[in-house]
Write a protein that binds this ligand. Sequence first.
Ligand code: C2E
Ligand code: MG
Ligand code: MG
Length: 757
Amino acid sequence: MQDNDALVSFIDDDNPVLTPDGAHSIAKTSAAPWRILIVDDDADVHSATVFGLAGNQILERALSFVHAYSAIEARSILSRESDIAVILLDVVMESEDAGLRLVRTIRDELGNSSSRIILRTGQPGYAPEISAIREYDINDYKTKSELSHTRLYTSLTAAIRAYDQICRLEASRRGLELIVQAGSELMGEQGLRNFASGVITQLAALIGVASDGLVCVHENVAGDEGEEAFLVIGAAGRFAPFIQRQLGEIADTRVTSSLRRCLTQRENIFGDGFIALYLPSQDDSTFAIFIEAAQAPQQPERDLLEVFCNNAALCAQNIKLVERLHQLAFMDTLVQLPNRASFIEAIDDCIELGGKPTHSIALIDIDQFAEMNNAFGHAHGDAMLIALAHRLIEYFGERTLVCKLSGDAFGLLGLSESIIPEFVRPAFSHPLTIHEVEHNLNVSIGYVRLCDTALDGNSALKDAAIALKAAKRSGVNSDATFSTTVGTEARERTRLLHLLKSAFDAERLFPMFQPQIDLASGRAIGFEALMRWRGEDGMMIPPDRFIPLAENSGMIVALGNWILRSSLLTLRQLHDAGYQNLRMAVNVSVVQFRDPNFIQHVEQALVASGIEARWLELEITESVAMMEANSVGQLLARLRALGVAIAIDDFGTGYSSLSYLEKLQADRLKIDRSFVASLEQGKDGGRIAALIIQLARQIGMTTIAEGIEHAWQASALQELGCEEGQGYYFGYPMPASALPAWLDQSLGSNKQTGATS
Ligand code: C2E
Ligand code: MG
Ligand code: MG
């Protein structure tokens, strides 16, 4: 008997590398010698067998021998070795049936079902029973005398062939299993980068090599043949440093040229010491994998690799789709900035990482963007948003996150010291040049210190919206910071809205009427209806406070219809009482204009009051006029066709374009009272009033000036060519019941100083 150490060193000498999990590695099974275990207590049998078979090849592979001199020794070898192709087993050793017992152990205990077994015995009398041969998958039974060299060789060849087939079947089965498993693991990867390293790991496991490899993507950029189109998106082992770098940066030309060839010729390459695999794809970017492999896989394994590639390509496609969806879900595609969902997520992350005490957000809204958009066209508006996005990115740099939250609103998240008006405002100090037109940007900004706000991104953004609204209320280009008071104000507005509703129901809303005067004759030509709200405590709540509320809640539609009806009924009473030729001017909000039944309501109010359409004037603001060019134009045309007059209120404060005004064909421009007020202060205000009057003339409109408080304003305006006026100088807004008396007085004296209610 040989000692165990010698045996071990013998085995180690030509022991092929085993895969870690004991799988038959696809690449390795092909070329290693077949290992034959000779189990016999007779040393002569060992040497005779080796002698007889030495130098022979079976299925183009050499033979190597492992020796055991007892059943126990054989058992211990077999429990360590998994790639013994054939066991030449003596039946009689330690005991008369030691060999047969060993067979049982191999199959049952060691779970080895692939090694082939040839039983040999000196005496025919020790032949195993047929049942044992069948049960234990024994290939052959020979007496030692029968085993001449040729017969042994034939028998061994048959056994090895069987072993080889069993192994290949097993390898395919395991390979497919790995591919299926790899597929499901790759599918779960988030993002192409993870996918790429996953592919390398899976592939390395599949072919049983170390994971030295990389995945390269080839973007099919039109007209771009350069190297920059080949990018390493994943790498492992010695290639790891090349992730996200150009393929050309790898000095090893074996890698670069094989991957380029693989990608451009769309084929797998089995080279000397490596494999380059092509992942077919239906879109413009294709992938290829490079992996170090000492031995090239043979045919059946190549088929498996193809299955793997197709499978991985499908996964890649899916991942790209998911990434695209992700991008759509989290990016604003117009300006290429993270969107609202990303913004909220970023705030959440910031809070989670403990950034609450140090970080702030800002919500930026471009003032009168919709008007600008309508005046200059949507392409221009888009260009403005893109330009502003660039401006913000450039101005705030990397430490502040810039997002686009909605149509014309941007969000900032950064350190509190940089999210304050003093730092943010200068970003808007220079005009933006769009298509060679310079735009001075007015923006309203709401700020929130995360330490002042609630728990998450969503509520922080809500608070920013509250602050923004507060900013908007103080006029264009304003800032407001969220505080508990701002929060309280928001709650206050909600309370007010409830009160407004009940006031409307309880008829505590009513119109007041302010006279409008022909400046030349000093005679009243009509009234403007102005809504009033008397609170439960008797205090008056000004329309500037409750109209926006009513607009935001949509309640303005009902309120507007009601004021239209009731003021026309008041006019009816005046006409009936003999005060003829008076018109009624009624304010109409944008929201009412969007109501599809608006025209119908106007007609109904006219019919109900029996007032001719020509005595009704609707006052729309510039923002209505600039709303949606087409729909407003059509609506105004229909109103004018009815005979209703249109005045553009607060003219000069909005964002009008002249061509637009011309298209709308309103009857009258109402000069905003701020221009009237500045008549006295200097030339500028006067110049604007003069300009508006001339402009109106040129496009065939008349003008009415509002807010006239002094006689000299009235005459100055009249000199400039303004036809009509309205203001405290002529009369305060008064209740319907006071109108006849006021009219009597004013008609009698032809012009009155401010009559009161
Ligand atoms: P507006 O349409 O420009 O109305 C003129 C405002 O100027 C009125 O304010 C009026 O009282 C005020 N006013 C008149 N003469 C003078 C003057 O000599 N000096 C000064 N300083 N102010 C004068 P009021 O009634 O507070 O209305 C404010 C705004 O609320 C209105 O501005 C209008 O936009 C809106 N509003 C009022 N009633 C209604 C309504 O029934 N529907 C709609 N949609 N808006 C309304
Ligand atoms: Mg008005
Ligand atoms: Mg006005």
